[in-house]
Design a protein around this ligand. Structure first.
Ligand code: C2E
Ligand code: MG
Ligand code: MG
Length: 698
């Protein structure tokens, strides 16, 4: 890895080149030299032999001695020649072995996928495998002439140098990862180890460095990491990442008390309508486009983003938008001065949404958003707590009419805490059987006979007493507890009504009115639940009257899977509750499968003294009759109201004048004594309210 050491380059093949043709030249020369030595030796031997031969032939004592010496010398010279030849063969064999190992190394390094480099003791590059060119795009010439530490990412250079140093000292470096610049200007990631090569004296004089290109693996890991922290649809950060960033903001605020930030909780108004009317794919498209608008509306030059103190750099504004799920987005706004900063951002978001319609599947649709704001100065010091505050503020913005923004305050927090407590207690109340059903009679005005009862839930709280639904029905609705609660109530009331019908037969039989809320309406199991309750208790569908408030009923009528029509087809009767409060167009009533209108008590009360109220009630009654609907006057409290109702032909009434909602024993007592039936229309004017006994029992 010459890049690893980052010094001067040489051509990658340099080292290999020394192992073949030059080596052969050296060998050839050696052979010449050795041959010369041997020839000279042989010539010398021959010379000695010719000089010594006459002496060898003489037979004097002296010559005998010289003969022996010469033979010995001759033998030694021959032995030396043989030994020299033998050594030359050995050296040749070892060199051949080394050459074949060099060849093997060359073949391995040239064909290896890894990048292999050798650097000398001075850090000079001795060799780069050809894969350098393949993987990093640099030719041998370019590698020779460029300094490769420059190609290493500036942030990684110190680590690379340290690893090389480590390898020189201890023999091996630890495995490191670093980025290197490809010729095409992209960054590649290499995984690298370095090993020292030591000389005979034990000194490390060069390093062999093996790099592996792990760019693809790294990208796959980064993709996985990205996916774990980003929303697949919009590619925005998800809840986990947002909470993490929020946590960091909190830590920073602890270190720098002057640093303040805010969370915006953005919820698209009536998002469901996009899904319902255009389909889910279009709904997704709406979310993607809104995500884009949110990010684009957070400009970096916004006055909100001033250079933060503490030198941690300006926040990457667009990264601070997250999608929590569904139609909920959050935005972290850093370095604010006061609440006006996030409010300005929220207002701009709303303006951006309102300015131009979204283009969804060729259609232009407008979307608005409700925004809740929580400031870091709120009582919470946890990311999740602050997010909850912003969520609460968003709910307040929705409740106050949508397409607006609200800033969280401590009163909101207190309400939320109380609500949460109530929800927990209500959950327990359902489990512990603390709920009761009370029944309020519905009376036929012509003969003041009880024709049915409306079942109304009560909560018998230990140490508190009887709690009215106004205090808990909204919590039950929002938490979803309304579903198990009303399932229980339906069974209980149907059962009771069945037994009353058996004991007090009439024609038509007594009816049971049950309230159905918006949440129940949206619940797909509602019709099934009703069928089950009827089957289990044996109550006829025609004896059941479902009360739906006007707004929910009208919304349902627009849906293709119209729940009301399904209920109607079962034979169940339908009643529009609190009629007159929902601003529904009277003409639409015609297309609505209702049997009864219950006029809201706000119109009934004071109708005896308020001419306007009287006119409204008269109009509603006339209209209902024209449409073939019967009318129940809710909240009838006085004799005068009763007489007025009789005068305008209203058939039924319900209210404290006849009876308050009562427990089942009192309801049974009312049925047994027929107290309500003692009144006849002719005697109404003289009659006293007959529900006194019931009132006393409350
Ligand atoms: P609603 O369905 O309109 O029920 C009639 C409400 O008017 C009852 O209040 C009843 O006590 C009250 N009321 C009846 N006559 C008079 C009167 O002469 N004067 C006055 N001032 N009030 C009268 P309640 O029981 O407190 O119920 C309030 C609302 O809570 C109900 O309005 C209904 O929407 C909801 N609710 C009650 N019980 C249930 C239930 O079991 N399930 C569901 N889903 N909703 C329920
Ligand atoms: Mg009702
Ligand atoms: Mg009502």
């Amino acid at each position: 890895m010459s890049s690893f050491i980052g010094l001067e380059n040489r051509a990658p093949r340099d080292m290999m080149d020394t192992t073949s043709p030059p080596m052969k030249q050296v060998e050839r020369r050696e052979w010449w030299l050795w041959s010369l030595v041997v020839i000279i030796n042989l010539l010398l031997t021959a010379g000695i032999a010719s000089f010594a031969l006459p002496l060898l032939r003489s037979e004097t004592d002296n010559s005998l001695n010289i003969q022996q010496s010469l033979r010995a010398l001759l033998g030694l010279v021959l032995l030396f020649d043989i030994y020299s030849l033998y050594q030359q063969f050995q050296i040749h064999r070892i060199r051949r072995q080394l050459m074949s190992r060099d060849d093997m190394f060359r073949v391995i390094s040239e064909n290896a996928a890894d990048l292999i480099a050798v650097v000398d003791a001075n850090g000079k590059r001795i060799y780069n495998s050809p894969s350098y060119e393949r993987l990093l795009g640099y030719t041998a010439e370019e590698l020779r002439t460029t300094s490769t530490l420059e190609q290493v990412h500036p942030d990684d250079r110190a680590r690379v140098a340290h690893a090389a140093e480590q390898a020189r000292k201890s023999g091996y470096s630890e495995r490191i990862e670093y980025r290197i610049l490809h010729k095409d200007e992209s960054w590649r990631v290499l995984e690298s180890t370095a090993s020292a090569v030591r000389d005979a004296s034990g000194k490390s004089n060069s390093l062999v460095i093996v790099n592996r290109d792990i760019t693809d693996r790294k990208r796959a890991e980064e993709r996985l990491q990205h996916d774990a922290f980003h929303d697949a649809l919009t590619d925005l950060p998800n809840r986990a990442l947002f909470l993490d960033r929020l946590g960091r903001a909190f830590s920073r605020a602890k270190r720098h008390p002057e640093y303040k930030f805010a969370v915006l909780f953005v919820d698209i108004d009536d998002f469901k309508k996009f899904n319902d009317s255009l389909g889910h794919a279009a709904g997704d498209d709406v979310l993607v486009q809104i995500a884009q608008r949110l990010t684009s509306s957070l400009r970096k030059d916004d006055t909100v983003w001033r250079q933060p103190q503490g030198g941690e750099g300006p926040p990457a504004s667009q990264d601070n938008v997250a999608r929590l799920g569904g139609d909920e987005f959050t935005i972290l706004i850093e370095d604010i001065h006061d609440a006006s900063d996030p409010i300005r951002v929220a207002t701009r978001i709303q303006k951006v949404l309102a300015a131009t319609p979204l283009s969804i599947e060729g259609q232009e649709v407008f979307a608005s958003a409700s925004v809740g704001i929580a400031l870091s100065t709120s009582p919470h010091d946890s990311a999740a707590g602050l997010l909850r505050d912003a969520d609460l503020a968003m709910y307040r913005a929705k409740a106050l009419g949508k397409a607006r923004c609200e800033v969280f305050d401590t009163a909101m927090h207190a309400t939320a805490v109380t609500r949460l407590k109530l929800e927990t207690e209500l959950r327990k109340a359902i489990e512990h059987g603390e709920l009761r059903v009370h029944y309020q009679p519905i009376v036929r005005l012509s003969d003041t006979k009880i024709v049915g009862f409306e079942a109304l839930v009560r909560w018998e709280r230990p140490h508190v007493g009887l709690v009215l639904p106004a205090e808990f029905i909204v919590v039950a609705e929002e938490s979803g507890l309304i579903l198990p609660m009303n399932r229980w109530l339906r069974l209980e009331a149907c059962h009771k009504m069945r037994s009353w019908q058996a004991e007090f037969p009439s024609n038509p039989p007594l009816t049971l009115s049950l309230n159905v809320t918006a949440k129940e309406f949206a619940h797909p199991g509602l019709i099934n639940d009703i069928v089950q309750a009827l089957e289990q208790t044996g109550l006829e569908p025609s004896s059941l009257q479902l009360e739906i408030v006007e707004t929910v009923a009208m919304r349902d009528a627009e849906k293709p899977e119209n729940v009301l029509r399904q209920a109607k087809s079962l034979g169940v009767r339908l009643s529009i509750d609190d009629f007159g409060t929902g601003y529904s167009s009277l003409s639409r009533l015609r297309h609505f499968p209702a049997d009864t209108l219950k006029i809201d008590r706000s119109f009934i009360s004071r109708m005896d003294i308020d001419a306007d109220n009287r006119a409204v009630v008269r109009t509603i009654v006339a209209l209902a009759h024209n449409l073939g609907l019967t009318v129940v006057a809710e909240g009838t409290e006085t004799l005068e109201e009763v007489n007025e109702l009789l005068a305008i032909d209203c058939e039924y009434a319900q209210g404290y004048f006849f009876s308050r909602p009562v427990d089942e024993q009192t309801a049974l007592h009312l049925l047994r004594t027929g107290l309500c039936t003692q009144m006849s229309s002719s005697r109404v004017a003289a009659a006293k309210p007959l529900s006194l006994s019931a009132r006393n029992s409350f």
